[in-house]
Write a protein that binds this ligand. Sequence first.
Ligand code: GTP
Ligand code: MG
Length: 671
Amino acid sequence: MSKYEVRNIAVVGQTGTGKTSLIERLLFESHSSNHLGHVEDGDTITDFDDQSIHYQHSVEATPISLNWDGHHINLIDTPGQVELLGRTLSVFPAVEATALVLDASTSINQVSEQLFAFAKAQKKCQMIVINKIDAHPERLLPFLEEIEQRFGAQCLPINLPSQKPAEVVDCYFAANIEQKTLFSSVDESHELLVDQVVEVDESLMELYLEQGSELSAEQLHDAFEEALRTGHVIPVCFVSSDTGAGCELLLKTLAEIMPMPDEGNPPLLEKHGKQVAINCDQRDHTVAHVYKISVDPYLGKIAYVRVFQGEITTGSQLYVGESSKAFKVGHLYNLQGKKRHEIASCKAGDLCVLVKVDELAFDSLIHDSHDEDGITFKTLQFPESMYSLALTPKKRGDEQKLSDVLTKILAEDPSLKLEHRAATNETVLSGQGEFHLTIALEKMATVYKLKVDTHQPSVEYFETITREAQAQYRHKKQSGGAGQFGEVHLSVRPLERGTGFSFVNKVVGGSIPTSLIPAVEKGVRQALEEGAISGNPIKDIEVTVLEGKHHSVDSKEIAFVIAGKKAFLEAVRAAGPIVLEPIVDLALEIPMSTVGDVTGDLSGNRGLIVGSEQGGFTTTRLQAKSPINELQDYSRRLKALTGGEGRFSMTLSHYEPAPSAVQNEVCSQAD
Ligand SMILES: Nc1nc2c(ncn2[C@@H]2O[C@H](COP(=O)(O)OP(=O)(O)OP(=O)(O)O)[C@@H](O)[C@H]2O)c(=O)[nH]1
Ligand SMILES: [Mg+2]
């Protein structure tokens, strides 16, 4: 198959707009499947995994392909649930184009807006599909107007709903001006679209004006591609996945309007920060990218791959990243939901999967020549985590298993984050919300047979001092054989917030031998980690070693480690120690109607609103500062305050002295 016949399109949009149902219908209409499944019946091709069936929402991004009129169209069904947005964004590198599916019977929410903005930022060619036209035909015109207001006047219908129920009228390919549409007209829509397209090509524009008549679809082809690449035109299609109306025209649009692999904007591949030119040619070196990993209990690791250049065939010897060790391709597959078809090769521009290759991870770059060493995909920015849980295995002794299973879970979902917080000795899993973590934990229990207990992670506090102080400590031990002797005098002083730690040696005349100063620092650093009053690390402090005493025989390293540590702890306790609590910058996007409730709730919990502005069409963006201590369950709280529509992200801003109630609580926990 030539590269020109391939299309790669991510089907995206807020939850419930009918992406899965639409793909099911397109597979059926194109005779790529002979059964029309339904989400409610749990028998669709793309929602085939247990969790998607159970929740009746796609929880995985799933590629399928269909053949239509000689074209090989790869579509990726994606989750529309707000908490699973990371799983959707992570497949963007695999496609040239996105189809944003909207539902005229519900309002457009932030997820669709975010997906639109993300596709634009990633330079994807975009189209919009208005689904469910069977449901509320009277809403279609105002909905189209809303789309133009929100996403721009370049969103132009390429077809229109007919006056006959369950039919859609072509306004572009073979436009018949006699046909009656529900609003506007074939003529007007055709003209608006062509006017917009020719704007990107001066000579075509001249021809259009001179000719004063129709330009054929062939004449418009190149300009259309350019207009898609630059976002100058975004075609809008009307369909009903329920009745099948408009599906044939949608297939035609996917095949004839949406870009071929080398017509989209070039992939964001870079080497040492510079964009790498890619030749979508199967005769060139192979360059491919892993856009998703899943772990199948039977097949093992499955790597979903987009080939950008060259070709992958069974038996290919390929490298991953900078590795010098090649792996050999055993089997290559094309997946169709849970069915897989073995293929012999996957050429530039196409998608495939590789199985049982341990070296592959999400975002791996695969190539067949060391000329391509060092190429990486421009890193995707996933949404900030909003919800975290500390995990412990239910069964004692399963700690290693927990770590192994989490590694697999994270490999499958790069929008989850895992960290071990040394200060609190907690394993913390973070994601986009409660549902995001619930499905991860469920998978751990069902697929990997590992049950865990969860709790809210502890807040990471620090200690610091408020004034200068001095202390000294003599460590002396003379029991039995060789003794230990070391004496350290030191001072501490507060440093500016965020400076960390500084160690100064002012010992003169060898009262502590230079070779033993590192031992003093080691002791100080131990105490720094353990804290003096609350069991939390100490920071923003300078320690100056002033002088000391040593003994020519008994002054070993251990003696100065102990003396350094004890002297430091005494000095800190004399220097007005306090507990610092983390303050975060909160960025919220919430429905305008909920601003009062959300700001009231934040202010009532020690939060401070620092800014607000219009967000999307119906949303407000707020900036606030708040102690993290007050946001332990914020994901749930915001959900309740905004009917599930509010989004937030938080980043650490700075540390501030905790109020005395918090100080006392934190110190008493350490006792
Ligand atoms: N009336 C009508 N209902 C539809 C149509 N397409 C889908 N639906 C219904 O809309 C609901 C959601 O459909 P899905 O296909 O699961 O939506 P989705 O966009 O994949 O949702 P997520 O996977 O959660 O992102 C289901 O109940 C479908 O039966 C349509 O054209 N008309
Ligand atoms: Mg779905």
